[in-house]
Design a protein around this ligand. Sequence first.
Ligand code: PLP
Length: 389
Amino acid sequence: MSIYLDYNSTTPVDPRVLAAMLPYLAENFGNANSIHSSGQRARAAVDAARQAVAELLGAKAAEIVFTCGGTEADNLAIFGIVNPCDQPRKHVVTTAIEHHAVLNTAQALEKQGVDVTYVPVSREGIVDPEDLREAIRPETVLLSVMLANNEIGTIQPIEEIGRIAAEEDVYFHCDAVQAAGKMAIDVRKLGVDLLSISGHKLYAPKGVGALFVKAGTELGPMFFGGHHERDRRPGTENVPGIVGLGKAAQLAMENLDADAARLAALRDRFENALLTLPGVRVNGSVRGRAPNTSNLSFEAAGGEALVIALDLQGVMCSSGAACSSGAVEPSHVLTAIGLTPDQARSSLRFSLGRPTTEQEIDEAIRIIPPVVERLRALSPLNVGASAVR
Ligand SMILES: *Cc1c(COP(=O)(O)O)cnc(C)c1O
């Protein structure tokens, strides 16, 4: 039996999404920019998908720009606002726990002479909106804060931050890649100007995403080419991928409350069972969290080794962020909430998804404790094994 508990890394394509996409890989292969009927069929499908994504976010269809994923959406939002050479304001405020798609974009801007402030977060993994306000200066142009964190699931007070951004007259970008489909999103209520989502975190395929760009927002292009996506993102549209994202958005909306309640109950049952083991702690806020995510530190058991040992027993999870798997660096998120490098390295992220069953959770609860115990007995980190017990 194989138990996948890594849905924050990526999700499978929902069978209903696949079924919606297939015709656009085969008979409806047209280019959405062609005038003939084949092109018009593709255009109609792209328009319908744009409408579905807009509805998921509480936006207007014309405010949705399709991209090749979450990373491109984040890059387009940040570069698109900061880079235009007629943009005189050259300071960006973000947080220490953003995804690398935001953090490394900010670092690239720094190399170009843009100032970036990385605001720290609490031990719970939540940023204080007043700290963001204090970081804003006259030359600040953009605030970028994520909605749900990909590693620990904590949810940031975006609505409050949106009010601050409006008061201080700075653009506000939100990376909502991990939040879409897990909680309701309303761009007006949140007060964001730009918001990113990604298909493959939402049961659509990899390689498609979207950026909400509030009407009237002046966004410079990142790429140059044809006049696609209202001149905001050139390149022949990925029609099957976009159709898949549209279907996934529709399904997310239909299933939102039921999915969230079911996953939160399973996640809590999983977490409570593991918390009965000695030396196990929850990383990040327990209350303000995405319903599917559990990040646990297992004192004195190496995370990478645990991931491998659990995989051999059929349980798939990740240590820190998947992007840093294979690297020795401890997770920047876990160190930002105050874990020591060793504690961060001994942490695992379990993330549940739509296909997760109660049986899988019970099986995982049975499999994990003896593996942890065995690795603790072997671990060089295990100086205090008896203290743990
Ligand atoms: C996965 C992820 C991204 C990147 O999205 P891709 O579609 O994989 O490029 C950005 N931000 C967050 C929070 C993510 O979890």
